[in-house]
Design a binder for this molecule. Structure first.
Ligand SMILES: Cc1cc2nc3c(=O)[nH]c(=O)nc-3n(C[C@H](O)[C@H](O)[C@H](O)COP(=O)(O)OP(=O)(O)OC[C@H]3O[C@@H](n4cnc5c(N)ncnc54)[C@H](O)[C@@H]3O)c2cc1C
Length: 194
């Protein structure tokens, strides 16, 4: 978000992973920043755990798939605020207690009392160094098949930087094991005998 307080309260209320940290906010009020698919999925997920979710979207409309928007709007404990620009994260020195946002339509500033802020405004895989070498999708994720093969024979990829869905440690680890086995399989089939 690049706003005052974000660094100070990172891991003390500012978080980036609803699946990982959601249960820590059971029964509390939280905010989700971002109304794309990640933000709306996070809000739906968190609504089942926390007391209340406020979803803030910078633009005049959410970008998430219609089916997700319909689902999130059906939840009683989720409020959606559009045109909301996050201004500041505030706390008591040890943990986050609230946040400030500006209504971009009328320039009014509002405070939300929340225990957690889940930032869901996009992740960028660090793959630009592969430009022109290996095929990636429009988000920069390396395209892989079920065996972790890339577009280049003998080159395998695994983990968050690939198109594998659900960016979690156990998945990245499993994918790493799969890529290694695929590499081994590739080598025993291509290395000359003798
Ligand atoms: C804040 C946060 C909290 C999370 N909490 C959880 C959690 O509680 N549970 C969970 O399951 N998942 C969690 N995740 C997701 C989890 O961290 C990732 O799914 C997992 O780390 C992916 O592993 P990886 O090896 O694919 O990538 P990474 O762990 O990102 O490792 C990639 C490594 O490659 C290095 N690298 C990058 N570019 C280059 C280059 N050009 N040359 C050499 N090295 C390079 C990086 O420095 C890094 O060390 C969290 C993620 C974040 C951001």
């Amino acid at each position: 978000m690049n706003v005052p307080g974000e660094e100070q309260y990172r891991t003390r209320g500012v978080t980036y992973c609803p699946h990982c940290d959601g249960p820590l906010y059971k029964g509390k009020r939280v905010a989700v920043i971002g109304g794309g698919n990640s933000g709306v999925e996070a809000a739906i997920d968190l609504a089942g755990i926390v007391e209340h979710v406020t979803l803030l979207e910078f633009a005049p409309a959410m970008k998430a798939d219609a089916v997700l928007q319909e689902k999130v709007r059906s939840l009683d404990n989720v409020d959606i605020i559009l045109n909301a620009q996050t201004l500041e994260v505030k706390g008591d020195g040890s943990k986050l207690t609230s946040m400030e946002y500006k209504d971009r339509v009328n320039d009014t500033v509002h405070q939300l009392d929340v225990a957690g802020i889940f930032v869901q405004i996009g992740l960028l895989p660090n793959t630009t160094w592969l430009d022109g070498a290996i095929e990636r999708n429009q988000m920069g994720e390396i395209l892989i098949d079920a065996k972790c093969e890339t577009s280049v024979k003998g080159v395998f990829a695994a983990g968050d930087c690939t198109t594998v869905p659900y960016k979690q440690i156990i998945i990245a680890s499993g994918e790493g094991a799969k890529a290694s086995l695929s590499a081994f399989d590739y080598l025993i089939r291509t290395q000359p005998v003798g």
